[in-house]
Design a protein around this ligand. Structure first.
Ligand SMILES: [Zn+2]
Length: 499
């Protein structure tokens, strides 16, 4: 099947990807087809993963899934930053792990373990496919040291008192440092603070590749420059090179990483081996809450767990991980995504309608002729995804399929057995494989539990009726309706469905 899709893709509709590097949509041509190298900057595991990061990883899960669906053999590398991330992006402030370790009175590696496990749990609940490799910064110290040595040998880095800095000014004589954000060196300089007397680095834009450890630093390693720890940016350059090669296909991450982290990654790689490290740079947009940027200080930053349980002042109720995933899929990854109770509730309803469509599809009776062109919907689904992974357009197409399913069920239009099969393929490919919706355990467990609770409630209502307590039986019916569950009474008994 995958060969079919690859051929289909080559002959029918090429895949277009928006490349941050060229600021345009380009036809996706992998360096070594059918292999694709994909690197995404992973979490810094010193606290619970926040929703903005989840959006990035869920977006790249969609991208990973679609590339695989097209038949590509993707090596997906997503790192775990477990050392060397200072609070400021530009080498200032405390080490995030050390600070948290002191706060929670734990070993830094206990912090790392705790939040790595938590992160993987959340990713699993969102039904994301684990990456092929999840390398850690602490597991690749020697690779980072080797890379720093090469950069120094090329003259693009210098050592000061046990700390090694990347020399941006020197690099800028040969290469365009601001290429990713399309900004000139002078503009970038204007945006950074003046150096003070006590600064060791030569230039304002210089950044640390290796940082000298203080005696009390908990995580430190020996190096040619004394004991220390790697800067944050070098780990991604070293690990992407190790697992994907000098130049690979796609590098992704949140938009907030463009200006510093990704800009520095490019400089490090080119400063080391003089080649463009990445062919396509992809960036996901930010997340807002009721129109305002999500942040802890604004009090509108809820965690994924709080979103699932509804345990947050801004949330009217909890939402299942699949409803949240579907909600995210209804916005393109390059647009801002705004969280509000209204939008989440609308998505929850839409998701249930999509799943109800799947259940109805299993009971459709075929006709000898068809009133609809299902193949055209399938083509439109591919067209949407081939246009820079446009999931909201894909979802709109799938709702068109739901409309057909419901009309066929109501005998308002006819579909053949072949079309019913095409509709089933459409669900299998796009709803389950590509959008990654409806994990069996997740929705299965929830619906099993709900079915049991509903049997119990309907039994109690039946008893109330037998005892002629109609006030109670009506009250149960009305309250269920208010909760979104419709009860239908007939001679055979009562049935229920989600509204
Ligand atoms: Zn990175």
């Amino acid at each position: 099947m995958s060969v079919f899709f690859l051929e289909y893709f080559y002959t029918m509709q090429p895949l277009y990807i928006y490349n941050t590097l060229t600021r345009s949509k380009e036809v996706f041509e992998p360096i070594n087809p059918p292999y694709v190298g994909l690197y995404v900057c992973g979490p810094t595991v010193y606290s619970d993963v926040h929703l903005g990061n989840c959006r990035t990883f869920i977006s790249f899960d969609l991208i990973y899934r679609y590339l695989r669906h097209l038949g590509y053999k993707v090596r997906y590398v997503r790192n775990i930053t477990d050392a060397g991330h200072l609070e400021g992006d530009r080498d200032e402030g405390d080490d995030k792990f050390a600070k948290k370790a002191r706060l929670e009175q734990l070993e830094p590696m206990e912090i790392v373990q705790k939040y790595t496990v938590g992160f993987r749990n959340i990713m699993a609940r969102f039904n994301t496919v684990p990456p092929s490799i999840e390398p850690t910064a602490t597991g690749h110290i020697s690779e980072q040291i080797e890379m720093i040595k090469e950069i120094m040998a090329n003259g693009f880095a210098y050592e000061k008192e046990g700390t090694v800095y990347f020399d941006v000014e020197k690099y800028s004589k040969d290469y365009n440092y601001g290429q990713l954000t399309n900004r000139k060196l002078e503009e970038l300089l204007e945006g950074t603070r003046e150096l003070h007397g006590q600064d060791e680095k030569k230039g304002r834009l210089d950044f640390a590749l290796w940082i000298k450890a203080k005696p009390e630093t908990l995580m430190q390693w020996p190096s040619p420059w004394g004991k220390g720890f790697p800067g944050w940016h070098i780990e991604c350059s070293a690990m992407s090179r190790k697992y994907l090669g000098d130049t690979f296909d796609i590098h992704g991450g949140g938009m907030d990483l463009q200006a510093t982290h990704h800009t520095n990654e490019i400089a490090q790689s080119k400063g080391c081996y003089h080649a463009e490290p990445v062919k396509y740079w992809m960036h996901t947009n930010m997340l807002t809450v009721n129109g305002a940027r999500m942040s802890k200080s604004a009090g509108n930053g809820f965690l994924p767990q709080e979103l699932f349980t509804g345990n947050h002042p801004l949330l009217e109720k909890g939402y299942s991980p699949m409803a949240v995933r579907f909600f995210m899929m209804q916005t393109h990854y390059r647009s801002t995504l705004d969280f509000s109770n209204e939008a989440l509730q609308a998505s929850e309803k839409g998701f249930e309608r999509l799943m109800q469509g799947w259940r109805t599809l299993q009971t459709l009776e075929p006709a000898s002729t068809s009133d609809e062109n299902i193949a055209a919907i399938q083509e439109a689904c591919y067209a949407a995804m081939n246009d820079d992974f446009n999931s909201p357009i894909l979802v709109a197409q799938l709702f068109d399929a739901v409309r057909i399913i419901n009309s066929a069920n109501d005998k308002k239009l006819k579909v053949t057995a072949a079309d019913i099969q095409l509709l089933k393929d459409l669900y299998q490919h796009f709803v389950f494989d590509v959008l990654g919706l409806a994990t069996e355990e997740e929705s299965g467990k929830t619906s099993e539990a709900l079915a049991e609770v509903m049997n119990m409630i309907l039994e109690m209502r039946h008893k109330a009726k037998l005892e002629k307590n109609f006030a109670l039986s009506d009250q149960i019916r009305d309250q269920l309706l208010a909760a979104g569950i419709q009860v239908k009474d007939s001679k055979e008994g009562s049935t229920w469905k989600l509204n």
